[in-house]
Design a protein around this ligand. Structure first.
Ligand SMILES: Cc1cc2nc3c(=O)[nH]c(=O)nc-3n(C[C@H](O)[C@H](O)[C@H](O)COP(=O)(O)OP(=O)(O)OC[C@H]3O[C@@H](n4cnc5c(N)ncnc54)[C@H](O)[C@@H]3O)c2cc1C
Length: 245
């Protein structure tokens, strides 16, 4: 039974308009929907892309890493997985290439009304849906009076995806706090070190007035969910997540 609050998933065709490497292994892609009609989605949802190879059809899920915008475009942010079929195709594909996809899928979206402080917790390309959600929350002119935190775990400083964008957002909005944390920080790194789990405990211990949004690989997501439920006492309705495997 379709949920009336979410757009119905359909088949579409998109063309790659632009792409750039964010790191040695992570690519940002901008697609324009050119077939199937207007593509409606809510920031945080994902698409399921299709590739024909050797007579077989392959599909993979990718979070949309942008907010809805009027030009029929949406972004993806993806990692090249060694030996991976789809991610290698998408990391090498040239602008002008067309692809079929279905969507939007999923329920990983910011729940409204906003009742509590929002804490986004991401690792690696788990940042993708958060980038869209944050762009939607901080649409120009939006007068957001909630605290919004982004805890972002990566290994090295140069792999802090979209770092300039988040720094700029933090400079523009006093309620937004961007906290990258590095698991392999160089000696001169002035910021947070280690994984997102201890950072979460340190910043929010004792607080249950939070709505949490978690995205990344399964192990991190499960661990953070457990901390929020068992240690912080959050109700499961305050915890939203997307797992990438
Ligand atoms: C809802 C959802 C949203 C997703 N959004 C994104 C996104 O925004 N960006 C993104 O980069 N990925 C995302 N993924 C993961 C994506 O769907 C693919 O699994 C990933 O691109 C690997 O596909 P592949 O065909 O290259 O690898 P496959 O050919 O399917 O797998 C090759 C090998 O790599 C392993 N593997 C698969 N995925 C990973 C991984 N992520 N890290 C390490 N090893 C892996 C597999 O176990 C296998 O051994 C999402 C997954 C889900 C379920």
């Amino acid at each position: 039974m379709p949920n009336p609050q979410f757009p119905v998933a359909r088949k579409y065709r998109a063309v790659l308009r632009a792409a750039r490497m964010l790191t040695e292994t992570t690519r940002h892609l901008e697609w324009e929907v050119v077939g199937g009609g207007p593509f409606d989605f809510i920031a945080g949802q994902f698409v399921s892309m299709t590739l024909q190879r050797d007579g077989d059809e392959h599909t993979r899920a990718y979070s949309i890493s942008s907010a809805p915008r009027p030009d029929a475009r949406f972004d993806l942010c993806l990692n090249r997985v060694p030996g991976g079929l789809f991610s290698n195709f998408l990391c090498d594909v040239e602008p002008g290439t067309e692809i079929d996809f279905t969507g939007p899928h999923g329920f990983f979206v910011v729940r409204r009304p906003l009742e509590r402080a929002l804490v986004f917790i991401a690792t690696g390309t788990g940042i993708a849906p958060m980038r869209g959600m944050l762009a939607e929350l901080f649409t120009p002119g939006a007068d957001l009076d909630r605290e919004v935190w982004l805890l972002f775990g990566v290994r090295h400083p140069e792999t802090i995806l979209y770092r300039e964008e988040f720094d700029q957002l933090a400079a523009q909005h006093r309620h937004f706090h961007f906290v990258p944390t590095l698991s392999r920080a160089p000696a001169d790194w002035p910021g947070e070190r280690g994984h997102v789990q201890p950072l979460l405990r340190r910043l929010f211990a004792g607080r249950s007035d939070l709505d949490a949004y978690i995205c990344g690989l399964k192990e991190m997501v499960d661990d953070v969910r457990r901390i929020l439920k068992e240690d912080f006492g959050l109700d499961r309705r305050q915890i939203h997540y997307e797992k990438y495997d």
